[in-house]
Design a protein around this ligand. Structure first.
Ligand code: GDP
Length: 440
């Protein structure tokens, strides 16, 4: 995934634009307590070429310590980006701070689009003239709050992003595609034991053919054969490079996590059983859910716990992760190699579930069985009609239910249907989306 950074002084509307670009029509998980999300990072998915969006916060005020940290973060986000959107407030015109921000962008040498936000009939003409003085080749007027000008902006972004891969990397992708197997990513915050697990998986099996460059700069793919199953381990350099000797702490990068998630079939989210579920764990989990990936949760460092601590750790996990009951939790010790068979078995089951194909005739029978067992509650005194179902997609499975008066069906009923289908088709380890479609 290429990276687009939103840059500008505070209050120009970066967060609003961020939300417009990253909210997707078919979000699988609404905001729920338990999923904390860093609102700085998101993925724009409803375009032909998805990209990561980073909201850099305000760039200018460097007087106090906190602000300086933010500026540093923003500068590093620009570093990682392939394209910068420089956002200004068309109503307020150009301020000194805008010039400061622009200077930072120019220093980075990154391609840039000037986005005039808060445009309406009264500001459009005047703003154009004022900002023309900046001499930027790409200028677009939008209203993030009213979602105006967004299509044109998307087209401009598309045309300015570098082409997917250079010619030499094309060869890499071709090679990668030759390797069969489930694409597996191991994600988690620093120090939970990702490198230890990767080394363990690779070390036990010496059939590593080659390391193949993946589709992003820093991700590599390692083919692996284990217990009769082919895998391709999608790994970021940050995890792999670490050797036992160095034992350096990985620099956590949300962008790398998003890119790894984009390339995998199944993600293993690693947690440290000795430390429990932290905010950062919850935020990584949120990204995995957003990506719609099949998911297995590995509770690592199980070896170091007493029976009492184990019990406590399990119940904390159940409580904190009760909104992803479908994700299997496997206790492992990456260090000693225990639980790895269960872990890969769970990953295989999750992969199969995510790719389940169900004929429409069978899904419709399933729907009828669900309706017979439990009718949908009335909406405004009338019964919603659910007529038939089909599978709208896989990875994750999306079950589309057709009928009428489906607009206000209770969430609890949709959850009932989801669970019913999960049980009937033995789907584990994957999100399942239910879409209600009126009118046909
Ligand atoms: P990463 O940052 O997620 O890649 O984590 P590392 O693989 O570097 O592990 C961080 C620390 O946890 C290291 O000191 C490991 O030796 C230790 N560690 C990893 N797995 C286990 C485990 O299963 N049990 C115990 N007790 N320690 C572990």
């Amino acid at each position: 995934l290429p990276v687009v950074a939103l840059v500008g002084r505070p209050n120009v509307g970066k967060s609003t634009l961020f939300n417009v670009l990253t909210s997707s029509r078919d979000a699988l998980v609404a905001d729920r307590p338990g999923v904390t999300r860093d609102r700085q990072y998101g993925v724009c998915r409803n375009v032909d070429r998805p990209y990561v969006v980073v909201d850099t916060g305000g760039l200018t005020d460097s007087r106090d310590f906190l602000a300086r940290a933010t500026v540093k973060q923003a500068v590093s986000a620009i570093d990682e980006a392939q394209l910068v959107l420089f956002i200004v407030d068309a109503k307020e015109g150009l301020l000194v701070d805008d010039h400061d921000v622009l200077q930072q962008i120019r220093r980075s040498g990154k391609p840039c689009i000037l986005v005039l936000n808060k445009i309406d009939a009264s500001t459009e003409a005047a703003a154009g003239a004022e900002f023309a003085a900046l001499g930027m080749s790409a200028v677009l007027a939008v209203s993030a709050a009213h979602k105006r000008g967004i299509d044109a902006l998307q087209a401009e972004i598309r045309s300015r992003l570098p082409e997917p891969e250079g010619s030499d990397q094309d060869a890499g992708i071709q090679d990668l595609k030759k390797h069969p197997g489930i694409r597996l990513a191991i994600i988690g915050r620093p120090n939970v034991g990702k490198s230890t697990l990767v080394n363990r998986l690779l070390g036990e099996d010496r059939v590593i053919a080659s390391e193949v460059p993946g589709t992003t700069r820093d991700a590599i793919a390692i083919p692996l054969h284990r217990d009769g199953q082919d895998w391709v381990l999608i790994d970021t350099a940050g995890v792999r490079r670490k050797s036992k000797v160095e034992d350096v702490v990985e620099k956590f990068s949300v962008i790398k996590t998003l890119q790894t998630l984009d390339q995998c079939d199944v993600a293993i989210l690693m947690l440290d059983a000795q430390e429990g579920v932290t905010e950062q764990d919850a935020s990584v989990l949120g990204y995995a859910l957003d990506a719609g990936r099949a998911l297995v949760i590995a509770l690592n460092k199980w070896d170091g716990l007493s029976p009492y601590q184990r019990e406590r750790s399990q119940s904390e996990l159940d409580r904190r992760l009760d909104f992803v009951p479908w994700a299997e939790r496997i206790t492992i010790s990456a260090k000693h190699g225990s639980g790895l068979g269960e872990l890969t078995d769970a990953a295989i089951a999750a992969y199969r579930s995510a790719n389940t194909e169900i004929p429409s005739s069978e899904l419709t029978r399933g729907l009828e069985a669900a309706l017979t067992a439990y009718q949908p509650p009335l909406v405004g005194g009338r019964a919603p009609k659910m007529r038939y179902a089909h599978l709208g997609g896989t990875k994750p499975p999306r079950i589309v239910i057709h009928g009428s008066r489906l607009n206000h069906v209770a969430d609890s009923y949709v959850r009932y249907l989801e669970n019913f289908f999960r049980k009937r088709y033995k789907m584990v380890g994957t999100p399942v989306a239910i879409e209600l479609r009126n009118g046909d």
